[in-house]
Design a protein around this ligand. Structure first.
Ligand code: SAM
Ligand code: 2KA
Ligand code: SF4
Ligand code: MG
Length: 265
């Protein structure tokens, strides 16, 4: 399974509570993995970056390529000092806070403030359902489309028990509009095929009406669904065609091309 499924750090309290509600001020963050790699996705693709992957998510995309942060969370709780020390040891300029859903955790704000104080460029990878006020250089919002819903036929763990909740929570136009209005944003949609496009176009109309700032097509990215090279080989061609057809930006998944589905990449 992608991402770390056994974290060799001392264990901490379970993160399951984070799955079901936002986590208030806590003593640190549940960390699944912390590693140095190249930003594989989006407008900053190719930049050497430190990745901090938190555990716990309020959604359950059937295709989640970070299974051990959502479906079966695996992590250890680290205090901010320990997280910052590990980041500093990599001597990089860019930090990507991701997950799981990093904005589930109030403590992510404290981490982002500390990173900002240290002069790092920060990117937050988020599903766009939670707004938080923090110093973030790029908010990489990946709104989850109906094609992400874990129906019984494609539920990786159960028989569709999460489908109703996922459907209910996956799009929050108010949170999306606030993120777009307050931050530099890229909207990065995971696209399986052309059937995703009507929902993307409708959501853009709704979001452009709700947000009082423009959302340029150049900041709308189509990313092929696929956690492995094999799956990307099936989807990347048609997603590239859709980007050209609609005038949106195509984004690769460089880390999958380079290292396939390996943890800590
Ligand atoms: C694991 S998510 C964590 C951040 C946040 N929960 C989110 O979904 O945006 C990291 C990124 O990988 C994308 N992603 C997850 N599984 C994927 C898959 N199977 N194919 C393509 N992109 C995927 C997400 O859309 C997001 O942009
Ligand atoms: N190399 C690399 N680039 C990434 N960009 C976004 C990622 C994510 O998991 O949020 C990610 C990731 O997991 N690895
Ligand atoms: S929102 Fe992100 S972390 Fe949560 S299940 Fe979907 S892809 Fe995984
Ligand atoms: Mg990833």
């Amino acid at each position: 399974m992608p991402v770390s499924d056994s974290v060799d750090r001392e264990a901490g309290p379970d993160v399951d509570t984070a799955d079901d509600e936002r986590v208030g001020a806590a003593d640190g963050l549940p960390i699944n993995e912390l590693f140095y790699s190249l930003q594989g996705e989006g407008t900053l693709a190719g930049l050497p970056s430190v990745f901090v992957r938190t555990s716990g998510c309020n959604l359950r995309c059937w295709f989640c390529d970070s299974y051990h942060t959502s479906w079966e969370p695996t992590h250890a709780w680290l205090d901010l000092e320990a997280i910052l020390a590990e980041i500093d040891a990599h001597d990089a300029d860019h930090v990507v806070l991701t997950g799981g859903e990093p904005l589930l955790h109030e403590e992510s704000v404290a981490l982002l403030e500390a990173l900002d104080d240290r002069g790092y460029h920060t990117t937050v990878e988020t599903n766009g359902t939670i707004y938080r006020d923090a110093p973030i250089d790029l908010v990489s919002v990946s709104p989850k489309l109906a094609s992400s819903t874990p129906t019984p036929e494609r539920d990786p763990k159960g028989e569709g028990e999460w489908a109703k909740r996922h459907e209910r929570d996956r799009i929050d136009v108010d949170a999306l509009a606030r993120l777009v209005a307050e931050y530099d944003v890229q909207l990065k949609f995971v696209v399986t095929d052309a059937e995703d496009m009507p929902e993307i176009l409708d959501l853009l109309v709704e979001l452009r009406a709700a947000a009082d700032v423009p959302v340029p097509d150049d900041d709308v990215l189509l990313m092929p669904e696929g956690a492995t090279r094999e799956r990307l080989a099936e989807t990347r061609g048609r997603v590239a065609e859709l980007a050209m057809e609609h005038g949106f930006r195509y984004t690769p998944r460089l880390h999958v091309d380079l290292w396939n589905d390996a943890p800590e990449t």
